[in-house]
Design a protein around this ligand. Structure first.
Ligand code: KG4
Ligand code: ZN
Length: 400
């Protein structure tokens, strides 16, 4: 049995890609600290994440990041109820750093270890902030009394009715039906990218245009200065499944090729190389600096690319929501920070009477608060990982 005075404090640890993160969350919702050591600047030198360097940086950062998360939360390690860690999907070497640390730490403290799927974490980055969508609140379920763990949820929560979650990041573009049954969340994967993730397409298009890494935030900000209708991009027809079991898949490799073709046929290469060279000697370039290096044709291409990607994400998500009769949509992952995506989803959802939620910007990209939040129902259900927990780089979420 868990100690009654632990207050439901979970230490979350995340190291699946290029951020070493630790957070302390109370009762699956209240973020007491959320520390992220980003390796972005180092990987930017190579134009993308270098797995060996990521593992090395995680090793260097994990102890100070966990220590800082506890310090900021004002929590002693012995007050924790559990240690939660991302077990996949992600880079094997990177995941192993977090897992090895979490196992040793939980063992030394005599606390339970909880394994969390990174994708489930992204969904919980949104659920944890919305009282009517997420798992039961701390006070509703726990009341400092372990026997109250299975108390029914409050009336305002839409019991048994599924949500549709779009997880859209540098590594993933997935649509899940997520259902809370009063005890646990279950997931069904109803759409996925058949090639590149949307964030990967943003990063590759930005790299192609001589912009910095990661490219998503640059394209997001520069798009405001271009004409989104200047270049018509089309998405190839992909697997649509059957009438009874349609699939709402995505494909983003074609648009990257289309950007490349546009660059070649419009003689943009020289300007791109000039921009790349100019930006390679500027650390943390300001938006005005980058914008000044982009002509109108480039800004139009950037805005058109973004409009096409966001339009595609929106179309598939709305089609899945209509088919599955879902009224609530959750959009999460790094690309959920995109302003145009938020604007268009909110606009379309309002016209269709749908409810759409995004994470706070700090919880959109990889972090450990979302891992601790996703671990909360598992703590209540005593769903703990064994000491043989291993990294699962290709870990899936839910049934297909
Ligand atoms: O969730 P995340 O931090 O890591 C993964 O699990 O992949 O997502 C990172 C991805 C990168 O591809 C980055 O370019 C993209 O999210 N991203 C954005 C924005 N901010 C981050 N894409 C579009 N617009 C943004 N504002
Ligand atoms: Zn992620």
């Amino acid at each position: 049995m868990l100690p009654p005075d632990n207050m439901g404090l979970i230490l979350g640890i995340e190291s699946s890609c290029d951020e070493t993160a630790a957070a302390v969350v109370r009762g699956g919702r209240e973020v007491l600290s959320n520390v992220v050591a980003s390796q972005m600047e180092m990987h930017a030198l190579y134009g993308g994440v270098v797995p060996e360097l990521a593992s090395r940086e995680h090793l260097r950062n994990i102890v100070p990041v966990v220590r800082e998360a506890l310090r900021q939360a004002g929590v002693r390690a012995d007050e924790l109820a559990a240690v939660a860690v991302t077990s996949g999907p992600g880079l094997a070497g990177a995941l192993l750093v977090g897992i090895s640390f979490a196992k040793a730490y939980a063992f030394a403290l005599g606390k339970p270890l909880i394994a969390v799927n990174h994708l489930e974490g992204h969904i919980h980055a949104v659920l944890m902030q919305h009282t009517t969508m997420g798992a039961p609140r701390f006070a509703e379920t726990w009341d400092f009394n372990p026997d109250a763990a299975s108390k029914p949820m409050s009336q305002d929560r839409d019991m048994g009715h599924p949500l549709l979650a779009l997880v859209v990041s540098g590594g993933h573009t997935h649509l899940y039906l997520a259902r809370w049954d009063g005890q646990a969340w279950s997931y069904r994967n109803v759409g996925r990218t058949v090639d590149d993730a949307a964030g990967e397409a943003y990063d590759k298009a930005a790299k192609l245009l001589g912009l910095g890494y990661p490219g998503g935030p640059w394209i997001d900000r520069l798009s405001a200065f271009g004409n989104p209708r200047a270049v018509p991009f089309r998405f190839a027809e992909i697997n649509r499944g059957t009438a009874e079991k349609p699939s709402f898949d995505f494909s983003f490799s074609g648009i990257k090729t289309a950007v490349l073709r546009h660059v070649e046929t419009h003689g943009m290469k020289f300007a791109i190389e000039r921009r790349r060279a100019a930006l390679s000697v500027v650390a943390n370039a300001a938006l005005d600096t980058v914008r000044a290096l982009c002509d109108a044709e480039t800004l139009d291409l950037i805005a058109s690319f973004q409009a096409a990607v966001v339009g595609n994400l929106l179309r598939q998500t709305l089609a899945a929501a209509a088919f599955h009769g879902v009224h609530s949509i959750v959009v999460s992952g790094g690309v959920a920070a995109n302003r145009e995506l938020r604007r268009r989803f909110a606009e379309e959802a309002a016209t269709r009477g749908l409810h759409v939620q995004f994470p706070a910007p700090a919880l959109a990209t990889d972090n450990a608060a979302m891992i601790a939040a996703a671990a909360w129902p598992r703590l209540l259900a005593r769903d703990f990982a064994g000491n043989d927990l291993n990294a699962t780089p290709q870990l899936r979420l839910g049934a297909v």
